[in-house]
Each structure stands twice: as structure tokens, then as C-alpha cells.
Design a protein around this ligand. Structure first.
Ligand code: SF4
Length: 431
């Protein structure tokens, strides 16, 4: 029996796709292993969101060959799609398989076709296949692929193609499969989930889909990253009335300076972001509002940066994921003048990181002595040995309780900060 090891980098969408690849290979007679020495195939589901991600992909492929010289290496995912010519020319991997073809890895390995990368823009349909094992406590459902936006710094549309939505009946079927398999929570993920339904003849919105998700057997659901423009007050009102929605918003903001947002081709303003965040905090008592920010975008003057930092400080966010701007070949931003040097980028990243550290501390502190619902995971926390889980509003908690509580859903009381960064001590409230 042939053995494979699958390594997944990047986003939740890649994780869902890797789970499907593993499930299909296992069903067709392969065996999954996490021992590189045992594996016949090393499958890397790559990410290409930054140049650092690309270097990581190459390092993993080289290491696999070093640790097991007879292994066949497979690169799929966004780097395989974007860099296929270079990967083939440099003979980096034994197989190069595109994002659309990754569902067919089993057949491709059988017939030995070394390079299978189609034009990603030639595909109009979403490829749906049922998944039974999510390999995680929270079972992600891929509801959409691709993106129709053209943010000036981003290569993802060229790796993932145009917006293609998974038909509603498939998503509902998949969520009910997960509920039947014993999962309590599903995460609706994709490349740009806010564009779900926009490619249908009769256009639909993400809110329309959630109205149906509410009727499924799943206990609770969480949303992946959202563009601020895709969250209006009507949608937030709907979510605020939901018993199943996990009050956790992840907003891909990228900047809070209007001049920089314009240069990024992000079609909203800092004031729109503030209004949105204020409305969420008005409708939800304790929602977690995470965000992504790029620091050091070309032409971002010190004054522009200070505007972003000031606005972030004065906006009711819970945490900020800050990334240094990464030049991506073929993007508009890559050709812009006044690229910011790495030292200055590092400085700006650390400035925003300090703002974020203060916000997350305030958010966690505000949640002390509050009750919440947590899914207790199958594995204990490796550092403390305590049980661990995530609340509906995205707080990591540690619980001192016996194994009988593993893989159960409990009401807890958040007691205090733990010694572990951004993890809180909680106790189970016995009914
Ligand atoms: S919305 Fe912008 S940043 Fe996000 S995937 Fe699309 S082009 Fe990239």
C-alpha cells in the first residue's frame, strides 16, 4: 500500500482541500502517514500570499527529499498555480498540480502526469465533493473559491480564478453531514466568502445562505474573513438575532488611511470601518472583532501611517493581525514608486503590534467573570496539560477537568488570565 504525507500551508480553504485530498486518497487505497521516512508521496498544499510563503514552500520540498531521497514530491496549491513555469523549469518537484486539479491528485499520481495546471480563469463551476472527516474540532466548509476584486497588492485572484460559489444545497448537505458526524461547529470559509452567490443567475448574498444554515442540524457556525463592504447593518441585525452564529468577526481592513486604501483599490474609507465596528459593538455585547492590516504599503508616508495607527487605536477592534507589505511580482503595487524599506516596515509592524497587544488585553479582561459556551477539544494543551477549547466569541480557554469532558460542549465561567499568552483560565459550570 502506497503511503502519503500531506503538508498544508496557508488558509482554511487550503486546509479543507487537504482534508478532501487525504480522504479521497485513503478511499482509493493509499495510507496517510505523518512519518516522512515511511511516505512514498510528499504532498505540499502550498500558499503563495507573500514571498516568504514561497520560500517556505521550497524549503519544505527540499527537506522532504533530504529526509527521504526515494520520496516523490508533489506541489499543489497557489504557488503551483502561480509559479508553474519556474517550478517545472527548475524541476523543484516531481509533480506540479494546479488549484483546480488538486481534487484529482489520486488519478494524476496513478497515471504519472508530472504537470497538471490548467488556466484557472477557464473554470466557471465550483468543484464540490462531500467530506466526512474534517481533521479538526471545528469543521470548515468551503462555500466559495476565487475572487473578482483586484486589490493592487494581491496575486490571489490569479491563483484562484474568478468568484465561483458552491451551490446552497451542497453547503447545507455538507453542514448536515458534519453535524451527523458529531461536529458541533462549522466554519464557512473560502477565498472571498462575501462574494458568495454573486455569480448565480439569480444573485444571492451570504445572508441568504445563512438564513438556510440556521435551519441545519449544526449547533453553531463561524464566518471566515470578511471585506467590510459585505457587512451592512441589516446583515449585522440578522447575525445579532442568531442563536447559532459565533460572535466573531474577522475583517480584512488592510489600512485605516483613506489615501492608502485608495492606492490598494479597497473601495471603502476609514470612517466606514469605524461606523461598522461601532455598530457591531452596539449590537453585540462581547463580539470578538479581529482584523488584518498591511504596514509599509508603497507610498505610505509617515503621516499616512500615523493616520492608520491613530484610527486603529480609536476603533473598537479586539485584535489586529499586522503584516509587512510583501512585493508580489505582476501586481500593480509592485511597480509603484516609493517602496518602503524593510527597517521602516519592521518599525511600523511593531507599532501596530503594540496597539493590538493593548486591545486584546482589554478584550480578554472585559470577559473575566462572563459565561460562555466552549467546545472542549480532544487533545490537551501541550504546555499546561489542561483541557483546551475556544468560546463562541473566539477566546482560547484552559480548563482543569478530567478526560470525560473531552470532545464535549460545555458552559464555562472565565476566571482569569493564564500564564499562556492570550489564553484564559476557565471552569465548567455544572448544570
Ligand atoms: S479581495 Fe483583494 S486581497 Fe482579497 S483575495 Fe481578492 S484581490 Fe486578494
Amino acid at each position: 500500500m502506497k503511503k502519503f504525507l500531506i503538508k498544508t500551508l496557508g488558509c482554511k480553504t487550503n486546509q479543507v482541500e487537504s482534508a478532501l485530498i487525504a480522504e479521497k486518497l485513503t478511499k482509493s487505497g493509499y495510507e496517510e502517514t505523518d512519518d516522512i521516512k515511511q511516505a512514498d508521496f510528499y504532498i505540499l498544499n502550498s500558499c503563495s500570499v507573500t514571498h516568504i510563503a514561497d520560500s517556505k514552500n521550497l524549503a519544505y520540498l527540499r527537506r522532504a527529499k533530504r529526509e527521504n531521497e526515494r520520496i516523490k514530491t508533489v506541489i499543489t496549491g497557489c504557488m503551483a498555480q502561480l509559479e508553474k513555469d519556474n517550478l517545472i523549469k527548475q524541476n523543484i518537484a516531481d509533480f506540479v498540480i494546479g488549484n483546480y486539479e488538486k481534487n484529482d491528485i489520486g488519478t494524476i499520481l496513478e497515471n504519472g502526469t508530472k504537470y497538471s495546471v490548467s488556466d484557472i480563469f477557464s473554470h466557471d463551476e465550483f468543484r464540490y465533493e462531500k467530506l466526512y472527516e474534517a481533521h479538526r474540532t471545528r469543521a470548515s466548509v468551503k462555500i466559495q473559491d476565487g475572487c473578482d476584486n483586484r486589490c493592487t497588492y494581491c496575486t490571489i485572484p490569479f491563483a484562484r480564478g474568478k468568484n465561483r460559489s458552491n451551490p446552497q444545497k451542497n453547503i447545507i448537505e455538507q453542514i448536515n453531514i458534519f453535524a451527523k458526524e458529531g461536529y458541533y461547529e462549522t466554519v464557512l470559509t473560502g477565498i472571498h466568502i462575501g462574494q458568495w452567490g454573486m455569480d448565480f443567475k439569480e444573485k444571492k448574498t451570504l445572508k441568504n445562505l445563512l438564513e438556510e444554515v440556521e435551519k441545519t442540524d449544526i449547533r453553531r457556525y463561524r464566518l471566515g474573513s470578511l471585506n467590510p463592504l459585505e457587512l451592512d447593518n441589516d446583515f449585522i441585525d440578522f447575525l445579532a438575532k442568531s442563536e447559532k452564529f459565533c460572535p466573531h468577526f474577522h475583517l480584512s481592513l488592510q489600512s485605516m488611511c483613506d489615501k492608502t486604501l485608495k492606492a490598494m483599490n479597497r473601495k471603502y474609507t476609514a470612517n466606514q470601518i469605524k461606523d461598522l465596528v461601532n455598530y457591531i459593538n452596539f449590537k453585540f455585547k462581547n463580539a470578538f472583532i479581529g482584523s488584518d492590516i498591511i504596514a509599509g504599503f508603497p507610498n505610505e508616508t509617515e503621516e499616512d501611517f500615523n493616520i492608520t495607527a491613530e484610527n486603529l487605536s480609536n476603533t473598537g477592534l479586539s485584535r489586529i493581525h499586522v503584516f509587512p507589505y510583501s512585493r508580489r511580482k505582476g501586481t500593480i503595487a509592485d511597480k509603484m514608486p516609493n517602496q518602503i524599506d524593510n527597517t521602516e516596515k519592521k518599525h511600523r509592524v511593531s507599532t501596530i503590534q503594540k496597539i493590538s497587544d493593548k486591545k486584546i488585553k482589554e478584550f480578554l479582561n472585559k470577559n473575566i467573570n462572563t459565561q460562555n459556551e466552549v467546545i472542549i477539544e480532544k487533545r490537551r494543551d501541550s504546555k499546561t496539560g489542561l483541557l483546551k477549547g475556544v468560546t463562541k466569541n473566539y477566546i482560547n480557554v484552559l480548563i482543569n477537568a478530567d478526560d470525560s469532558y473531552k470532545d464535549t460542549i460545555q458552559t464555562i465561567l472565565i476566571k482569569d488570565f493564564s500564564s499562556a499568552k492570550e489564553k484564559m483560565i476557565a471552569e465548567i459550570i455544572k448544570e
